[in-house]
Every structure is written in structure tokens, then in C-alpha cells.
Design a protein around this ligand. Sequence first.
Ligand code: ACM
Ligand code: ZN
Length: 615
Amino acid sequence: MKTTIVCLTVLILATSATAGVIPQPVLVEMRPGIFRLQAGTAIVAPPGVAEARQVAGYLASALAAPTGWQLKVSESTYPLLRHNAIVLGLSAQSAAPAQPEGYELVVTQRGVRIQSTTPAGLFYGVQTLLQLLPPEIESQTRREAGWTVPCVHIVDYPRFAWRGMMLDVSRHFFSKEFVKQYIDRMARYKMNVFHWHLTDDNGWRIEIKGLPQLTQVGAWRVPRLAKWGTREGPREGEAATDGGFYTQDDIREVVAYARQRFVTVVPEIEMPGHSLAALAAYPELSCTGGPFQVNPGSNFYEKVDNAFCPGNEKTFEFIDKVFSEVAPLFPSEYVHIGGDECFKGFWKACAKCQRRMADEHLSNVEELQSYLVRRAEKILESKGKKLIGWDEILEGGLAPNAAVMSWRGMEGGIAAAKMNHKVVMTPTNFVYVDYYQGDPSLEPSTFGRLLLSTCYRFEPTPEGVDPKLILGGQGNLWTESVPTPRHAEYMTWPRGLALAEVFWSPKASRNWDDFAGRVEAQFQRLDAAQVNYARTMYDVSVTAVRDASGKPAVRMSTELSGCDIYYTFDGTNPDSFTAKYGGEPVLIPGDASVVKAIAWRGGRASGRVVTAAVK
Ligand code: ACM
Ligand code: ZN
């Protein structure tokens, strides 16, 4: 009982004290006083450990731009605090028990100490320390600020081993510089897997030296700006000028950059479906023979053959060649083979596919896909890799050692875990950050709906399965409707913050109101870092309902509590002088055709005017 009371006290202190830190650390104990960072503050790394030295260097360079100081990094062993120093210590034991990525952070008026059993833990301690400094610490240029850290004792470790973000670079190409920035930002929130969706119908993005057409042809498409799915296909003779790809040197550079941030890069090479860009380069790998063109975002699905032919041995020679070059580029344990949404209609009419099904006693096209995935798994295993794929790889029988990424809800993941396979949970309704995060009338065009507060409610471990099989979860940024880096940031943040906390922090410490306050604090940091983000949590949601007597009415709410909502029905813009929403449904007056609503907070308009049709 006593322990419970102590823990509760600590957690309450944690909430008020680390107002800005995301993800919420496991245990935080605030102490009186501050540590003042100065030009003469030393950074000390443990001797002879290259990765720990590199973490010290990372900290020095993170501090250098905003403070203008080049803090000296040295190597030494200090069992205790050293005056005016940030000491990184590695030891066989840590206050974060049995957690290789855990750390302990002690800030006193004399100095700072971060202790872990691993360099990764030191890196996460450094991230927390950076978040305890003022927001200006995120600036890339010199800023004047009091560089102080509150005195604190933190013990922290992650809930899940797989804390991922996926970026689709096929639908729109993103430069390696942006990919690095994206990885850097996710690592600041202690995410550790970057799933790189490198191939799809709309562009093949990774150089394969033995298959040069993949990038010479497959990386380029005709330029289009119209809404995705409605775009005009390539015209006769039109030049394919839109696209790009990563050379193998680029890939090595990104992987090394990620590694310095303890982020594992998991490449995805899609098969058998979503492969039109590859087939544009090598049409002989299709059932129909082509010719094909890389799709610029037109509606082609089920009309054009976009799957490899599993009846053709050349398909497997191709997969072998691709994986022979992919495997050594990525230190990751896993390679993702896609496997989702394969249209199998052309297989049914293909003589080679039909022969394969007869020879292998396969009774349907799902089993034919499973045949391909099993062979892909063997090829990957011969190159020292494990296979992971979207949950469609369950259909027709799961490959023996495959891990499953569950996206069509949690069901595929649950089924896989029940068969003792490892699972990463990425259900559309909680982690698809390409979906609308606010009122569609105010947001750039996309599809679906996923609010920040919904991301925050995500629970990756379902009832009734062995939690050890749930590696973790991941946010997915598909980019059909995300053409630019700024917009990729806008879609990722702050929903990525919610997911980072879901994946790292104890389930019991989740608290939406507290989190929302910390998101506001993070907005200042994202501003300083010049990272784009969405402020949709301040917007009003309007829902059509019926009042107690059954008459048409509207209910209004904001994700953030503590907001006042003002509204009008006469088409004028609401403010604090118009009607204030009282919490109960408001009857729609006679001939009103729209309701307009806005949230105010702290005496100021905080969100945008939302206009909803009520006729
Ligand atoms: C997917 O969203 N098609 C995996
Ligand atoms: Zn075929």
C-alpha cells in the first residue's frame, strides 16, 4: 500500500513537472533548483565505447547551433556527478531494470548524469534532457535563452520494442535530406523503426545495380497535380519527368544516419501486387506481358495488371536479384515484402499461373500468393533476413517464420499471434496519419478520418494473445495526397507524438488532458525547429443530432478540454460576442443553412472557424 502511495505521488509530480516531455517518462521526481548550462559545461562519455562517444557528440552538436557553444566532449569514468558536466555513464546495472533502452537521468544544481546499460539508453536520456531545456534549444540558429534544466530524477524505459513510423516514398518521392530530417524528428520522440515504403505502382525508389531499368524507367512518371485517383494517365509520347530514386550510396548514408539515432531502417519491397512501376521496367514479369507505364495517380486498379506472375520462374529470379542487393544495404533483421491488396484477377486467366497451381496443388489464388510469399521468405532467409508483410500474407497460409503487420484492424495480428507469429500493429483506424485529422472542409484533400485523440487511444496489445508476440506499433504515412515535405510534416505531427507516447509510455500513465498540454508545449519546440504541424485539436467538431424532442440539432466539441465554443447560424463569423455553446445539443433555427463555430481558449481564438451545412 505504501508503495502505491509513493508511486502515485511520483506520477502526479511527473505530470506537473515535465510539462513538455513526450513520451511521458515512466517515473519522474522533481527536485528543487535548476542546472544552468554554460559555455564551460563539459560532456563526458564513458571511455572506449564508440557508440556512447557518438551520443555525446550528438548532444554537443544539438546544443551547438542554438547556444553558440561548442561544448567539449571527453571520455572518462565518473561514478558520481561531476561539477558543471553532463556525464554519460554505462554500467552493467541500471535503475531501469532489464530494459536495454532504459535510462536514469539525474539533474542537480551541480551537474547532470545519464546512466544506462546501453548507448541507446544514453541516447534516450539525452532526448529527455533536450526536452527539459527551453524550446529555443530546437533552433538551428543562435538564440538568447536561459539555458536551464529543472532538477529532476527520471527513470524511464519503453513499453514496446518496435516504435515505428512508415513513410511512403513511392506515391511521392522525398529527397534523402528530407528522409533524414524525418528520421531525426521521430528519434527525438524515442521512436526506433523507420519503415521505408520504397516501391509501389507509382515509383520504384531504390537502385538495384543488376536491374537498372527499375530506376531508369520505374522511378519516373508523368507529372500530375489533380486529386489522386482522378488523374489523367500518360499521354502518347509524354515525358516522364516526375520522380526520383535513392542510389545505394544514398541508402547507406540514410541507414548510417538512422543508426546514429538508434533507428532501424526496415525497407519495403512490394510484391506480388502494387508492382506496376517494376512491371513498367520489366513487363515480362507480369501475366499479360504489358507494356506498362508507371502510374501517375490515375484510377487503374483491376484494369491494369500490376502484380508479378507467380507462375513464371523469372519472377523468383527477379526477387532473388533484388533481395541480394537489398539485404546487405540494411542491417535490419526484417525486410518487408508488402503483400497487401494484390488484385489476382489476371492470375486466373494466366496459363503459367494455372500450371503453377496445378503443379503445386494450390486450390485458389490466395494459396498462389502464399506460394510466392513462402518462396520470398526462403530467399530472404538465405540472405540472413526475416520476412514481415501486411496481414494479407495470412490468406492462403502464412509463411513459416513470417511476422505480420496488421493494418486492416487488429484481427490479422490477433490471428498471427495465436499461431505464435510476431506482430506489429498498424490498424488504419488508429495509426493511418495520411487520413484527415480535422474537419475535411478546412483540411487539404485526403480520405478517412483519424483525430489526434483517437491516435492517443490506440492500444497495440489486444486481449487474449501473448503480449510478448506484439512487437509494438507504427504510424503509417501513405503519400497519395502528400506531395511535399512540409505536408508530410503536417500530417505526421502532432499525431506522431500521440503514437510515440502510446509505444513508449506505460499504459497506466496515459492521460489525454495532460498529454494535450504537453503537445502545446511541443508546438513551441516544433516552431523553433521550423517543423510543420497541425493545430486541428483546437478546431470545433460539429455533429448532427436530434434534441430531446427529436428535432434536428447540432452538438459541438473540441478535442482539447477547457475551450469555449462560440457559434452562429446566420453565416457570420463567430467570436466571443456571439452565442456560447453550453454543452447540450442546439436546435437548428428555422431556415438556417449553416452553423459556424470556433473555439476560444485563454481569452483568444485558438482554432479556425468551422462551417458545417445544416440543411
Ligand atoms: C495498406 O494500407 N494497403 C497496407
Ligand atoms: Zn501469371
